[in-house]
Write a protein that binds this ligand. Structure first.
Ligand SMILES: NC(=O)C1=CN([C@@H]2O[C@H](COP(=O)(O)OP(=O)(O)OC[C@H]3O[C@@H](n4cnc5c(N)ncnc54)[C@H](OP(=O)(O)O)[C@@H]3O)[C@@H](O)[C@H]2O)C=CC1
Ligand SMILES: Cc1cn([C@H]2C[C@H](O)[C@@H](COP(=O)(O)OP(=O)(O)O[C@H]3O[C@@H](C)C(=O)[C@@H](O)[C@H]3O)O2)c(=O)[nH]c1=O
Length: 298
């Protein structure tokens, strides 16, 4: 099977390069080697030249605050690029695997949302990601959309690494405690993608949108405390005292983009359709930190 991976250097793309290697021949691209979503004609020509049976799209505009001031670029990456891939997948019969986000929802209420819950994004990032999802579904192509949340990877920056850096530099941290969600490893997403795409290739009834997040829930403050205490216990340089990691409401941390308060995603559909187990978020974060912490020691 020939697989085209877009966004190979991102957090998820990097893990997909590893995970997809068991599926078949993988052609992996990023924006500097033919997979540039701001160059739709060249992108289409590249997809046609590769002629994949499966397209896995991990490219996106993920800078949530920056997207507020560059909505057209966000739309090109998060909506128009995926739409182009979907139309081409429909034409050739390829399967399109795509990733989306908890930020397509407004985060009202306290319940975990299912895949059919109404989308109501609060930000340019969320809106353009929702447009990308809609375009894929409207194209009629064979697709899997995996909506996930709070992604961290061994490669690149993420919230946990930011907290470790700030905890080493500052005597006090203030972290939002009223946004609830599930940190999800890029490695977990990549590892789920393989059995899902294999199953969906032979069973079109599996085509559709799925919530793919680690089990359990937390808030950014509790997540930060977990990361910092794990690192402290393993001898990392941490300046901030445990009682100086302060919990604050979202209203005390103004940002250009509004974020949902309730990012709980119900994963029942994915677990039942594919028989896959989703581990607790703390296990994956521990694994990522164990890999990352040696890099932070003097
Ligand atoms: N990160 C998160 O917390 C979450 C992510 N998601 C979704 O998961 C998916 C993967 O996200 P993640 O791996 O974290 O994202 P990253 O930001 O880590 O990676 C995005 C990728 O897109 C590439 N890219 C940037 N500009 C272009 C362009 N013009 N054309 C083509 N590719 C480009 C980047 O390349 P380069 O690195 O060279 O700039 C990078 O490879 C996305 O769909 C995202 O919306 C969903 C929920 C949470
Ligand atoms: C650095 C910092 C952040 N925060 C808050 C801001 C924000 O609400 C939260 C997380 O910060 P981030 O910058 O990682 O947030 P953000 O970039 O919004 O993360 C999101 O990225 C996109 C791509 C997604 O799809 C989402 O699922 C989600 O992971 O922590 C603090 O409260 N204190 C701090 O010192």
């Amino acid at each position: 099977m020939k697989v085209l991976l877009l966004g190979k250097n991102g957090q998820v793309g990097w893990e997909l390069q590893r995970a997809l290697s068991v599926v078949g021949e993988v052609v992996a691209l990023d924006h500097d080697d033919g997979g540039d979503f701001t160059q739709p004609e060249a992108l289409l020509a590249k997809v046609q030249a590769v002629a994949p049976q499966v397209i896995v799209n991990a490219a996106a505009h993920t800078a949530v605050d920056k997207a507020e001031s560059e909505p057209e670029l966000a739309r090109q990456l998060n909506a128009q690029g995926p739409a182009l891939l979907a139309i081409e997948a429909k034409r050739t019969g390829a399967l399109l695997v795509h990733y989306s986000t908890d930020y397509v929802f407004d985060g009202s209420g306290q319940h975990a949302r299912t895949e059919d819950a109404p989308i109501a994004p609060l930000s340019v990032y969320g809106r353009t990601k929702a447009e990308g999802e809609d375009a894929i579904r409207a194209s009629g192509c064979q697709h899997l959309i995996l909506r996930t949340s709070w992604v961290y990877g061994a490669r690149g920056g993420n919230f946990a690494k930011t907290m470790l850096r700030l905890a080493a530099e500052r005597p006090q941290l203030k972290v939002i405690a009223d946004q609830i969600g599930a940190p999800t490893g890029a490695d977990l997403l990549a590892d789920l993608t393989v059995p899902m795409l294999r199953a969906a290739r032979v069973n079109p009834a599996l085509i559709g949108t799925y919530h793919a997040v680690a089990a359990g829930e937390t808030n950014w403050h509790e997540y930060a405390r977990f990361v910092i205490e794990f690192a402290r216990a393993r001898g990392a340089h941490i300046q901030v005292a445990p009682d100086q990691i302060l919990a604050i409401p979202t209203s005390d941390y103004p940002t250009p983009a509004q974020r949902p308060l309730n990012s709980r995603l119900d994963t029942t559909r994915l677990r039942q359709a594919f028989g896959l187990h989703l581990p607790h978020w703390q296990r994956g974060v521990e694994r990522m930190l164990t890999e990352h912490l040696p890099e932070t020691r003097a």
